[in-house]
Design a protein around this ligand. Structure first.
Ligand code: HEC
Length: 200
């Protein structure tokens, strides 16, 4: 009787080696992808502009070749008429972001894909068509945040935002945070968003 040699894939060492190589390979890939993602999501990159972008006009244009909207950073348009240094801008945006977290705006709103859909998506709220006013856009947003009940806009939804007792300084931070967020290239997300002065 001749002894049969078992096929290679049936040996235990073959599977042990395969497991080690697959685990090692995946680990290296994960490290590379982590650094790649960090570079893409940090402020100051090509998709996520530096915080001082709040000193500029932010537009929203449909890119025919990509079939999606893209933010367009334009001329000088300082927020509240004050041109800020990179450091000052970061501080203001940071205050806004922390206020948004502390007041749990995500309980009702969505920001960059996280949150709820009870109230409008805030990712591009800075560019919302509703902010056409006699006064400046930032002043209108500020008044709304400080007293949303009195300055309700309700987009035909009949839902009202409650007064969250935001201070003037916090509200300015939120407006800066929303303006900066609108400048981020989110691959056209959220969809069906109708921007203020959008060009086709
Ligand atoms: C209890 C739910 C709720 C919470 C919490 C809430 N909002 Fe709202 N928000 C709403 C509703 C409802 C509207 C639409 C109201 C309207 O149009 O008058 C709205 C509208 C807005 C708008 C206008 C949106 C646009 O596209 O123009 C902004 C900006 C906004 N909220 C910011 C915030 C921020 C910042 C926070 C946290 C500090 C927050 N909201 C917390 C319910 C909420």
């Amino acid at each position: 009787m001749t002894e049969q040699i078992p096929p290679r894939w049936a040996s235990e060492t073959f599977w042990k080696k395969t497991a080690i190589w697959v685990t090692g390979g995946s680990f290296v890939l994960l490290v590379v992808l982590t650094f790649d993602s960090l570079a893409k999501i940090s402020a100051g990159g090509p998709r996520v502009p530096a915080y001082s972008v709040i000193n500029k006009d932010i537009g929203y244009r449909f890119d025919k070749s990509k079939q999606r909207y893209q933010p367009v950073i334009g001329d000088d348009a300082p927020l509240f008429g004050k041109s800020l240094s990179e450091e000052e801008a970061e501080k203001l945006v940071d205050l806004g972001k922390k206020t948004v977290q502390a007041k749990n705006c995500m309980n009702c709103h969505t920001l960059l894909g996280n949150g709820a859909y009870y109230a409008p998506d805030l990712t591009k709220a800075w560019l919302d068509q509703g902010w056409i006013a006699k006064e400046s856009r930032e002043q209108m947003m500020l008044n709304f945040l400080l007293d949303p009940e009195k300055n309700a806009r309700t987009f035909g939804s009949n839902r009202k935002m409650p007064n969250l007792e935001i201070t003037q300084q916090e509200a300015e931070g939120i407006v800066a945070f929303l303006k900066w967020m609108a400048s981020i290239d989110t691959n056209g997300f959220p969809h069906n968003f109708r921007a203020l002065g959008a060009e086709d």
